[in-house]
Write a protein that binds this ligand. Structure first.
Ligand code: GLU
Length: 259
């Protein structure tokens, strides 16, 4: 069996699995199964202020009910803080100033000296460590990724100096996803077009951390009959609610396959 194609599904347990999630899971699952590759599952539960343990069990149960099986153990981000801490130290070699929350980052703390940064981190105040994108880009050549048969040039500056970690949360989405895709050997990232902008930053983090670059496939987001993007808050579109309403796995997978 070829293991060249490794895809993943990486839900955040902030609610029940939704039809939009199933679309992402299905893209990865199909790509892996068609290629005789591997499909891995990762629970993105680093933000303990928003994630709830009961949703993890519910997500796993819904995926099983849908027949979307995965390979190997489930990776739970909350169990791997050390991996992110190590990556954070490496990324900080590229320059990661600190600042209070707020986007886009106005650069308030970019010019602080090392002693002042340490003093602020040790104080009781909240803080966020941000990537100094300008300093990081100065260390890298032009960056690209493959999207289908296109080669996309990364423009990491577009999102500004993104947060890499916060006082209470040792990693950000951007850092954790980049580290985990590499640690899980993911070769093809399938996710919605809403995360296309984030890929520019992930490509820069891969360069800073010396990690391989997977291929990417950003799929269209599901829409309703009027062409509007499905709202994640719509309870009727959770797999739970659809199951309760008597919909079969086949019907749900067909609905999630909308082009
Ligand atoms: N955890 C993210 C979400 O649920 C997806 C991350 C990714 O696919 O890169 O929206």
């Amino acid at each position: 069996m070829s293991t060249d194609v490794v895809t993943r599904f990486a839900p955040s347990p902030t609610g029940y699995l939704h039809l939009g999630h199933v679309r992402s899971a299905l893209e990865g699952w199909r790509a892996a199964r068609e290629a005789g590759g591997r499909f891995v599952l990762r629970i993105e539960d680093i933000d303990h202020t928003r994630c709830r343990p009961e949703y993890i069990g519910a997500i796993i149960e819904d995926l099983r009910w849908l027949g979307l099986d995965w390979d190997g153990p489930v990776r739970r981000q909350s169990e791997h803080s050390d991996d992110y801490r190590t990556a954070l130290e490496i990324a900080r070699a590229g320059g990661a100033p600190q600042d209070e929350m707020g986007t886009p980052y106005p650069g308030t703390c970019r010019h602080l000296g090392a002693a002042e940064r340490a003093a602020r981190r040790n104080s009781a105040a909240d803080y966020a460590l941000r990537l100094n994108v300008g300093a990081a880009l100065a260390q890298t050549a032009a960056l690209f990724w493959c999207e289908g048969d296109m080669r996309i040039e990364a423009d990491p500056a577009a999102l500004g100096d993104v947060v890499l970690a916060r006082k209470e949360i040792p990693t950000s989405y951007h850092l954790a996803v980049t580290v985990d895709d590499a640690l899980q050997g993911v070769t093809l990232v399938t996710r919605g077009t809403d995360l296309f902008a984030a890929t520019h930053i992930h490509r820069l983090l891969q360069a800073l951390l010396d990690l391989p670059t997977p291929r990417y496939r950003h799929h269209p987001l599901l829409t309703d009959a009027a062409g509007r993007r499905l709202a994640k808050r719509d309870r009727a579109l959770t797999i739970r609610a659809m199951r309760e309403a008597g919909r079969s796995p086949e019907e749900i997978l067909a609905a999630a396959s909308q082009v």
